[in-house]
Design a protein around this ligand. Structure first.
Ligand SMILES: [Zn+2]
Length: 206
């Protein structure tokens, strides 16, 4: 069984943790969940750059050999995603964060921190994941840390939800005037434009 790699256009959030929240469905009509099992978690980790092809293939094999453990990681991934979506949607709307959601993030963060190491490089130091690309749940660690970094360092005021109908994807608005409204102009932006156009044509004909 091969890891299922989702399409590239899914990565529009600007941060790993926001892209992960955006795995809930497809904006083009069918609300198909991108994470339907452990192979999807691996595939997404590969697409988002957490894993390389070799690591993705190895983790997929491991998941086949240990299906129960893979299932548990998939359930944790979904739980983390629900918690992060709840947190970042609340931040985007200026609402209070649910403490239970933060508990889920902190639970995953504890595992991620336990695997974090500082190692020297040619020019200084960098983070390394102990067992990165090897442990079944290694895809979840950078996601948890990305969420913690965004919450502690911001920019919280730049977290937005797409205004596209039935979309609601999360993204970081890094536009100069903070005026980005769509997860992806080519998809949700164009659809909104087309709807406005149809409305105008209809109004003109009436
Ligand atoms: Zn959208």
């Amino acid at each position: 069984m091969a890891a299922r790699m989702p399409p590239r256009y899914d990565l529009v959030g600007g941060r790993l943790c926001l892209d992960f929240c955006n795995t809930t469905g497809d904006r083009r009509g069918d609300a198909e969940d991108r994470l339907r099992g452990y192979p999807d978690v691996v595939g997404w980790g590969w697409r988002s750059g957490i894993l390389n092809a070799e690591e993705a293939a190895r983790l997929t094999r491991l998941g086949v050999r240990a299906p129960t453990e893979g299932l548990v990681v998939w359930e944790r991934a979904i739980r983390l995603r629900e918690a992060l979506s709840s947190i970042f949607c609340a931040v985007a709307a200026g609402l209070r964060i649910r403490p239970e959601a933060l508990d889920v993030l902190n639970g995953e963060l504890a595992g991620a921190m336990a695997r974090s190491q500082v190692v020297p490089t040619d020019s200084g130091f960098t983070w390394l994941w102990a067992e990165g690309g090897k442990a079944l749940d290694c895809v979840l660690w950078p996601i948890a840390r990305s969420a913690a970094d965004l919450l502690t360092e911001g920019p919280l005021g730049a977290i937005r939800r797409c205004e596209g109908r039935a979309c609601g994807w999360l993204f970081l608005d890094t536009s100069r005037n903070r005026t980005r409204r769509w997860c992806d102009m080519r998809i949700c932006g164009n659809r909104a434009k087309a709807r406005r156009h149809h409305a105008r044509v209809k109004a003109g004909a009436a």
